[in-house]
Design a protein around this ligand. Structure first.
Ligand SMILES: Cc1cc2nc3c(=O)[nH]c(=O)nc-3n(C[C@H](O)[C@H](O)[C@H](O)COP(=O)(O)O)c2cc1C
Length: 168
């Protein structure tokens, strides 16, 4: 698939089949994040994968936007890497780019995804005993889209190029 076609094909999926993602498929989706650019090449992103019933049940207690996905990524960055040169506003960009790679690779593999910010991250981190140096920025439910799922109306509300781009 050509890149523009892939980018157009992606949409947020909020209803999933009750079907696990195969290990190789998930690996290739995660692998895509390694090639993302990052501030000073620090690759500060950290990804925790909730796939066991136990872990998924914990995540579900802290967000309504889990959409019953069979796999949920908890994505953020490692604040141990913050130095006077690398403030956290730089590092927060790393997981965002990594997640974008993940969404697009997932799309290519036929796996649906949605970026989720609405979550009680403090509660979630505490309950899962995640490292205190981990700064969360998003959840990403992943799974095969339900057969009857269609993109939301918002997906189609795209600004025209000239509303976004100004040639100087
Ligand atoms: C930073 C960010 C935060 C988002 N938070 C949520 C969220 O908490 N819950 C949700 O269902 N979707 C969330 N979304 C998905 C957006 O609603 C969605 O990307 C947007 O409406 C465009 O639709 P599309 O992804 O189908 O093209 C978020 C997206 C981004 C980039």
């Amino acid at each position: 698939m050509k890149f523009l076609e892939l980018a157009e094909k992606r949409f947020s999926v909020r209803k999933f089949k009750n079907q696990p993602i195969e290990k190789e498929v998930l690996n290739s989706i995660l692998e895509a994040n390694r090639f993302a650019p990052s501030a000073m090449n620090l690759q500060s992103q950290k990804i925790f994968v909730a796939q066991s019933e136990e872990a998924l049940n914990v995540v579900k207690r802290f967000t309504i936007s889990h959409y019953d996905a069979p796999c949920i990524l908890i994505v953020g960055y490692d604040k141990e890497l913050i130095t006077p040169d690398t403030e956290d506003y730089l590092l927060i960009t790393d997981p965002a780019i990594a997640l974008t790679h993940i969404m697009l690779q997932a799309t290519e593999m036929g796996v649906g995804s949605v970026w989720v910010r609405s979550c009680d991250f403090d509660g979630l981190l505490y309950e899962l005993k995640l490292p205190s140096t981990f700064v969360p920025m998003a959840l990403m439910p992943l799974g095969y889209p339900s057969d009857d799922y269609v993109p939301s109306e918002k997906h189609f509300a795209r600004k025209a190029l000239d509303e976004i781009v100004t040639y100087l």
